[in-house]
Ligand binder design. Structure first.
Ligand SMILES: *Cc1c(COP(=O)(O)O)cnc(C)c1O
Length: 365
């Protein structure tokens, strides 16, 4: 499947061939994947019960390079949350226990295609688990940098996949700095910097629309940490819209923990001094998301919003979901607390949200 794939900066001034080994521009700017493809329902391979059913939209040149556990096409369960119907995608059911597998299957397929032998990555846990698992499947060496405070179950998981774990004291940003240094020597399989990750997370939007019989929901409630799902969702819905498959962009409602909400403050131009405090939602405790501008633009363009939830609301949502038989990690409960808040405040329409990660990965006591 030959497609012309380019890597371009936001201002389009720097452009590269998508088959070069690179994850940012020569002047250090972020890159986006650009490839002229049209979504065609007839091309969806319904025989594949995985996100690779959308093969024609995924920028990998050669099928032989695909690294996959047949992931994705997760159930979109219509369920009752606080007395209202919500469609909740069961993204905790991925092989490594979070939706990060969507990005990892595409990114590590690309790494294999590029002939990369070793990658470095940094994360608050789940992206590290996902990249480590796919590196194992691809036979690619892997170093994962995580904050020393990461949930123990995630640390064990990363190491059991055979990755080298680098525990970094300090904040999530200290971890990112350490990985960036290492990325001078190795391919940076970052879920934030590397644009191929978003070419995987965008399949979330495709699946939602296919599962709704090629209709767009009115509202999608998603987490906002580094924005890997938010940006992926935006790309996916936009491609469906531009291909004439759906007739509107859903409102993207992006949820942050009140204790760590830089995007909420930027979006609403609050002049409050931002004080960062710890949160039980470790997966979205991102003080300086590098794709912040892109995330804000996506939410704005969708006529959506950034909202915040408190620690008490996250705990309450976690207890509530578990009591209904959904064993999810506390970070996932932040998004569901956001669903509750949104439904209380707005006339909602058809709402889609998700359980981002499995409860076996992290618990509250
Ligand atoms: C990564 C992650 C998030 C947040 O995603 P971002 O891409 O950082 O916005 C939410 N929940 C879980 C469980 C995650 O692993």
């Amino acid at each position: 499947m030959k497609q012309e794939i380019k890597l371009v900066t936001s201002d389009k001034k720097e452009q590269y061939n998508g088959n070069e080994i690179r994850w940012r521009s020569d002047s250090g700017n972020m890159l986006h994947v650009s490839h002229e493809v049209r979504f065609e329902v007839e091309k969806v391979n319904a025989q594949l019960h995985s996100l690779w059913r959308y093969r024609h939209m995924i920028p990998i040149q050669n099928d032989d390079h695909i690294v996959s556990f047949e992931e994705g096409f997760t159930p979109l369960l219509k369920t009752d949350l606080w007395g209202k119907n919500v469609f909740v995608k069961q993204e905790q059911l991925f092989s490594t226990g979070s939706y990060k597998d969507r990005g990892a299957t595409v990114l590590m397929s690309k790494a294999k295609e590029l002939g990369v032998k070793h990658v470095v990555q940094d994360s608050s846990g789940n992206a590290g688990c996902a990249v480590a698992a796919y590196a194992a499947a691809a036979g690619i060496g892997c170093d994962i940098y995580v904050p020393a405070s990461t949930s123990p179950a995630k640390l064990v998981q990363i190491q059991k996949y055979g990755a080298t774990l680098k525990l970094i004291e300090g904040t999530r940003e200290d971890t990112a700095r350490a990985a960036l240094q290492a990325a001078a020597q190795h391919y940076y399989a970052s879920h934030c910097w590397n644009p191929f990750f978003f070419e995987g997370t965008k399949t979330f939007a495709y699946e939602v629309c296919e599962q709704l019989k090629w209709k767009a929901p009115d509202v999608v409630v998603i987490p906002a940490g580094n924005g890997t799902l938010l940006i992926g969702c935006y790309i996916g819905f936009k491609e469906l819209l531009e291909s004439g498959i759906i007739d509107k962009m859903p409102k993207l409602i992006a949820v942050q923990a009140q204790n760590c909400a830089p995007l909420y403050h930027a979006f609403h131009h609050t002049n409050e001094k931002i004080i960062l405090q710890p949160t039980v939602a470790e997966g979205i405790a991102i003080a300086q998301p590098i794709r912040a501008a892109q995330m804000i633009e996506a939410v704005k363009d969708s006529e959506g919003d950034f909202i915040v939830v408190t620690e008490d609301e996250i705990r309450e949502a976690w207890n509530y979901c578990c009591s209904k038989g959904f064993y999810i990690e506390p970070t996932s409960a932040a998004t569901i607390a956001g669903v509750k808040k949104y439904m209380e405040e707005k006339e909602s329409g058809l709402i889609v949200s998700l359980f981002t990660g499995h409860g076996l990965k992290a618990q509250l006591y």
